[in-house]
Design a protein around this ligand. Structure first.
Ligand code: ADP
Length: 302
């Protein structure tokens, strides 16, 4: 069953085309990631899905309803994680829950929500005194207050340290495991690779790829990359004569060899013939950053 159906969505702001032609479906119970660089059109797409923006063209159905006409009803059934700046610094955790409870016809028990998200001890703490991870967990708890069928999470882990990021990822999986559908917006490819059941990669207002993380990487048929540290002053450009090698690059002491076939074996043999035996000789797997680069010719980071 499709929880969201977007067909040929288009939205421009004056002469800026934010969304050119976007279509995708989100299935019940999946974590669907929308990834793309800043300015790709992710927020405009999601705001249109939530009924906050009026599209110039195309059609949208959310839980079978038209968000332009049924925004109030959808609000009751959808959870939306707020951005950091959305809460006053001195608001206490319980006051935030109280405030957001007033928006909904029906809410879940606060006790359970606070316990689920490790915030029971923090119920009387001011928002500004929560750690980054606790703030993020509060935003997730607020998004789940109305026991939504569908949850939108936007740039969830920006500014979190690695430990808090991993904890947040576990939390997102827990939401899906409760049977809810999760739509996650991110510009972090590792986050999408880690969490997504399916990923839509958006660039310049269009979907450039849509699949599972595994299939996206598999379809890339990327060249293999072999890397090692060159301590011996060996000239790596000699590797151009090795079978399958298409490119050799040295950055500092790091040598990166691109190519096809049994690249690792061929490079190892060639190095051994020159008495070069690096202990860290290894194959690097392609990842979603490589997928984006291959699809757009640009790195997602810039
Ligand atoms: P993303 O969420 O992927 O960063 P956005 O949907 O926010 O992308 O933006 C897509 C494009 O539309 C960008 O060029 C952005 O500057 C522009 N844009 C977004 N919102 C507005 C707005 N309210 N007015 C004018 N231009 C906007």
């Amino acid at each position: 069953m499709n929880v969201i159906e977007v067909k040929k969505l288009r939205k421009a702001y004056g002469s800026t085309v934010a969304v050119d032609n976007i279509s995708f479906n989100v299935q019940k119970g999946e974590i669907f990631c929308i990834v793309g660089p800043n300015g790709a059109g992710k927020s405009t797409t999601v705001e249109s899905i939530m009924g906050l923006r009026q599209p110039d063209g195309g059609s949208i159905r959310v839980l079978g309803l038209d968000p332009q006409k049924r925004e109030h009803e959808l609000r009751q059934r959808i959870g939306i994680q707020l951005q950091q700046a959305a809460l006053p610094e001195r608001l206490k955790v319980w006051e935030a829950l109280n405030l957001y409870s007033s928006f909904y016809d029906k809410i879940v028990s606060w006790e359970k929500l606070l316990a689920d998200w490790g915030l029971t001890e923090k119920r009387t703490t001011n928002f500004k005194n929560l750690s980054g991870g606790q703030k993020q967990r509060l935003f997730i708890a607020l998004a789940l207050l109305n026991d939504p069928e569908l949850v939108f999470l936007d740039e969830l882990t920006t500014g979190l340290d690695p430990q808090a990021r991993h904890a947040t990822w576990d939390a997102v999986r827990a939401i899906r495991d409760q049977g809810k559908t999760v739509v996650l917006l991110t510009h972090f490819m590792d986050e999408a690779e880690e969490l997504a059941d399916r990923i839509a990669i958006i660039d310049q207002g269009n979907v450039v790829a849509l699949d599972t993380p595994g299939k996206l990487i598999q379809n890339l048929q990327a060249e293999t990359r072999v890397r090692f540290t060159n301590y011996n002053g060996y000239d790596p450009q000699q590797l151009h004569t090795v079978s399958g090698v298409t490119d050799v690059e040295q950055r500092g002491k790091q040598v990166i060899v691109q190519g096809n076939g049994a690249l690792l074996a061929h490079v190892a043999t060639a190095l051994a013939q020159h008495n070069v035996t690096p202990t860290d000789l290894r194959v690097e797997q392609a990842d979603l950053e490589d997928v984006f680069l291959a699809l757009t010719g640009r790195s997602i980071r810039n």
